[in-house]
Design a protein around this ligand. Structure first.
Ligand SMILES: *Cc1c(COP(=O)(O)O)cnc(C)c1O
Length: 395
């Protein structure tokens, strides 16, 4: 696993001035001594020293040979899909990030790329879905918002014997908890907007590759298509990364306390957190990650949209917003926010029930967060006129 010492000491000191903070090279071009004779940089879409520093750091953190930084997580995902061609097939996790689903189905299907969605929490389902045209297996683990866990090592073996690439969207875990390349994956992508940036102040994406040959194709696409991360955002992301291990450690502690408390709450129906022994793949989560992260989802006994909306608008520390992984706690209602574009029947079948609530547990004191949730439960109980909820209370 990566650790804080490795991270802090792979952030380069500026060779020119000794600056301990990586300088922001806010420039579009670089003066050349003669045509093609330069100091390693010619034009800032192709390469920029601030972005190069970031890419070097994340490559080391994820144990890859190369990394490329993009202007969003989706731009990073897009670059990976562009490794494919018409006729190729992808096997993807069914509980996939909504934006990836939209990109795959509304952009790439029309270019003749076929996507098969399977429940990857059982590796046998992946094996059974392989065809001679399968070129890429797309995992997210843990998934959003029901925190499904897939066995990276087992699926990496299937990818290897089937001659296709395994890409893991490791956004929810971050390299502080899980390093897919060490487990056999070929490519890791991150929405660095979340835990890696960590402060809800930028949009960024990263692609890290195990093999240099694949990494060079991604670098080519980064320059050819142009969705690069700016020098300032590259610097901001380095600044966020410096405290990654410290932040993620505390996110895990806080989320563990909140999850244990929610698990016994009388108004909670289902709870999804990989750290609970009741989680369907708790053993795999324990085997492949150092901790269980800061995201928890739960549904209410009164499984209605109205109850969930009343709850998410009653918290004071958990702020109602999309996104996750920042220092401040966030709360969201996937059915009406991140998963609104998914047809209700499909959404419900994937566990995103009408009352499902997702928490991104931040770095406030855990006891304050629990008190905040408790007062929200009290508020919806007091407000609620339906007999279902009041009978629960008296039961
Ligand atoms: C947010 C997110 C993305 C998309 O990243 P952006 O930075 O918003 O483009 C991709 N995958 C997962 C798992 C995410 O949570």
């Amino acid at each position: 696993m990566s650790n804080a010492t490795d991270l802090l000491h792979c952030i380069p000191v500026d060779p020119l001035t000794g600056a301990i903070s990586v300088p922001i090279y806010q420039t579009s071009t670089f003066v050349q001594e003669a045509p093609g004779v330069n100091k390693g940089y010619d034009y800032a879409r192709s390469n920029n020293p601030t972005r190069t520093a970031l890419e070097g750091i994340i490559a080391k953190l994820e144990k890859g040979s190369t990394a490329a930084a993009f202007s969003s997580g989706l731009a990073a995902i897009d670059a990976v899909i562009k490794l494919l061609k018409t006729g190729d097939e992808i096997i993807a996790v069914d509980d996939i990030y909504g934006g990836a689903f939209r990109l795959f189905t509304q952009v790439y299907e029309k270019f003749g790329i076929k996507i098969t969605y399977v429940d990857t929490t059982d590796a046998a389902n992946v094996f059974n879905a392989i065809t001679p045209n399968t070129k890429l297996i797309w995992l997210e683990t843990p998934t959003n918002p029901t925190l499904k866990i897939s066995d990276i090592e087992a699926i990496a073996k299937i990818a290897k014997v089937s001659n296709c690439l395994l890409c893991v969207d490791s956004t929810f875990a971050s390299p502080a908890l899980q390093q897919p390349i060490n487990l056999g994956a070929d490519i890791v992508v991150h929405s660095a907007t979340k835990y890696l940036g960590g402060h809800s102040d930028l949009i960024a994406g990263l692609v890290i590759c195990k093999d240099r040959a694949v990494g060079e194709k991604i670098k080519f696409l980064q320059n050819a298509c142009g969705a690069i991360l700016s020098p300032f955002d590259s610097w901001l992301l380095i600044r966020g990364l410096e405290t990654l291990h410290l932040r993620v450690k505390q996110h895990c502690i806080n989320a563990g306390e909140v999850a244990n408390w929610l698990a016994t709450h009388p108004l909670v129906d289902k709870i999804y957190y990989p750290g609970l022994a009741t989680h369907h793949n708790h053993d795999i989560a324990t085997k492949q990650s150092k901790g269980f992260g800061g995201i928890i989802s739960f549904s209410l006994k009164e499984d209605t949209e109205a109850a969930a909306i009343a709850f998410v608008t009653s918290t004071k520390y958990f702020l109602l917003a999309e996104s996750l992984g920042g220092i401040k706690s966030l709360i969201s209602h996937p059915a009406n926010m991140t998963h609104k574009s998914i047809p209700a029947a499909i959404r419900r079948a994937n566990g995103v029930s009408d009352s499902l609530i997702r928490l991104s547990v931040g770095l406030e004191e855990a006891e304050d967060l629990i008190a905040d949730l408790e007062q929200a439960f009290e508020k919806i109980t007091a407000n609620n006129s339906t007999t279902a909820l009041s009978s629960l209370q008296t039961a």
